[in-house]
Structure formats: C-alpha cells, structure tokens
Design a protein around this ligand. Structure first.
Ligand SMILES: CCCCCCCC/C=C\CCCCCCCC(=O)N[C@@H](CO)[C@H](O)/C=C/CCCCCCCCCCCCC
Ligand code: CA
Ligand code: ZN
Length: 283
C-alpha cells in the first residue's frame, strides 16, 4: 500500500516514484490517498486494479439476495439496511479500485463506517421489543458517523479512517462474545466462524501492505495464475465480505431467536449459507 496526499505536487512526485509494474490507464493519474499493492492497469486498460475490483462481487450479490429474503420473510427493516449497507460498500469499493480516484475512495471508505454503525445498532438492540426504535443509540451512531465524515473530509489521513473502523469492529466483537458466552452459547460456531474469517482477511490485508515489494518481485517471475492468487487485498475483500455476511446471519439469528421466529441456517446449492425463518408458533 502506498499512501499519498492528493495535491498536484505530490501527484507529480508519485508519478516519478511509481513502481515500474504500474501502467497508465483509462481513468488517468490516480488521485486517491491510497494505492494498493496490485499493479495498476496490468490486466485491463479500463480497470486500474482488476483483481481488487472483481473480488467485490462477493460483497455485492449475496447481500442483495439476503435483503430480498428479509423483506419476503417480513423481518425488521434494520436487517435490510444491514444487507444493503454491505452491498453499498462493495459497489463503492468496486468504483474505487476500478478508477483509483479520490472521490471513489470516499465512496468505499465512508460506507464502511455507516454500514458498520447499522451492524452495531442491530447487535446492541437485539434483545428489545419487536419493531421498537431506540433513539439514543441511533443519535449516538449518527453523530459518530457525521463526525468521522467531517474530520476525514478535512484530514485526509487513511489511518484515521482505519482506527475509527477498527473501533466499530471491536464493539461488534465484544458484543458477539457477550451474546455467545452468556445468552445463546449454541451460536458460538456461527459467531466464531464469522470472526475468524474476518480476522484472516485482516491478516492478509497486512501481509499485502507489509510485503508488497516482495510480492511484486515474485509476480514478475511466476506464472500469471500465481499473480492472481497472490493479490491479498482481493482476498481481504473476499474474506471480510464473507465474514461481514456471516456476521449479519449471526445478528439476524440472535434477533429472530429472541423474537421466537425459529430461524434455521440453510445452504443454497449446498454451499452458500442463508437464514430461513418460520413464524412464531401460535399458543
Ligand atoms: C464479529 C465479526 C466482525 C464483523 C465485522 C463486520 C463489519 C462490517 C462492516 C462493513 C463491511 C466492510 C467490509 C470490508 C470492505 C473493505 C473495502 C476496502 O478494502 N476498503 C479499503 C479501500 O479499498 C479501505 O481503505 C480499507 C480499510 C481497512 C481498514 C482495516 C481496519 C481493520 C480493523 C480490524 C480491527 C479488528 C479489531 C478487533 C478487536 C478485537
Ligand atoms: Ca495499485
Ligand atoms: Zn479494497
């Protein structure tokens, strides 16, 4: 990962310093404050980081299906927002990696904060009355989102965004551990699978950033297929996309169990997990 400020001077400097494997492409000189390890315009003239772009499909398509199913099952609208929030991150991230333009970077990073706030609301409000709305956490999360947005628009420091996002993820982890320790221990496998998959993605995100030079050198010498599978930022998309999706299933399972809806995890085509619910039994 290369960090840069989007001023014209630095852009010129960066174009001089840019690694040899990067090529010019359709969207012009990158203006984003981050440029990931994948070689720019190496696969397509129209897509700056090809693997980092297409790997977002996992964050776009399955949550759309989840949102439709949530509406069909008559479940709470907050879970539709959770699924569609993940889709919004995937679309923003697609646009960012395809163009490497600063405006598109914001479309990727700010929805990460907003959708995580929706996840936090869902998980911290899962033991409340059906369709209840608690305005205090809503206002708190809205103020947090607005503050992060305003500060990040002024202070274009990616580490600030990463720390704010990390705080929200930590809130989710703590609440999940509380739920599976004290309330529904039988949900441990689902919760810990979501957490492990997410953390594995985070590990690969760090490997991609720390060992970028070594990875780029190796890709020059190895067959193209190895080049594709060593795009660890793309793996981060796949694993955090899956981990976040599983987290929504865990949150929805917790909530529907509390509301006595009798949820079940089913596997579409034997592989892709979804939640099906039956209405509460009449007494
Ligand atoms: C209990 C399981 C946790 C599930 C968490 C679910 C949170 C879901 C929220 C949103 C979905 C986002 C999915 C990731 C999209 C990634 C898009 C992306 O790559 N964006 C980059 C630009 O391309 C962006 O700059 C990347 C930022 C990365 C920030 C990394 C911070 C990770 C912090 C993890 C901290 C774990 C703390 C655990 C403490 C116990
Ligand atoms: Ca790149
Ligand atoms: Zn990304």
């Amino acid at each position: 990962m290369v960090t840069r400020t989007p001023s014209p001077d630095t852009r010129l400097l960066f174009s001089i310093m840019a690694p040899a494997a990067d090529r010019p492409g359709f969207w012009g000189q990158p203006t984003s404050t981050l440029d990931w390890c994948e070689e720019n315009y190496a696969v397509s003239f129209y897509i700056a980081e090809f693997w980092n772009t297409v790997s977002n499909l996992i964050m776009i398509l399955p949550p759309i299906y989840g949102a439709i199913q949530t509406v069909r099952d008559g479940l709470e609208i907050r879970y539709v927002f959770a699924y569609l929030g993940l889709t919004a991150v995937g679309i923003g991230s697609w646009c960012f990696h395809m163009t490497l333009q600063y405006e598109m970077q914001l479309l990727d990073e700010l929805p990460m904060i907003y959708s995580c706030c929706v996840f936090v609301y869902c998980l911290y409000e899962c033991f409340k009355q059906k369709s209840s709305m608690n305005y205090f956490p809503i206002v708190l999360l809205l103020v947090f989102s607005v503050l992060v947005t305003v500060v990040y628009l002024q202070w274009k420091e990616p580490v600030f965004h990463q720390v704010m996002y990390g705080i929200l993820v930590a809130c989710l982890v703590l609440r999940s551990v509380f739920i599976v320790t004290w309330v529904y221990p039988w949900l441990r496998p689902l919760s810990y699978t979501s957490l492990s998959v997410f953390m594995m993605g985070f590990l690969l995100w760090n490997i991609d950033n720390i060992f970028c030079d070594t990875l780029r050198e190796a890709r020059l010498r190895l067959p193209a297929v190895v080049g594709a599978v060593t795009q660890f930022h793309a793996w981060w998309h796949i694993l955090t996309g899956l981990g976040s999706y599983l987290h929504i299933l865990f949150s929805l399972y917790t909530r529907t169990t509390y509301l006595k809806h009798r949820p079940n995890v089913k596997f579409i085509c034997g592989v892709w997990p979804v939640i099906r619910v039956e209405p509460p039994k009449k007494k």
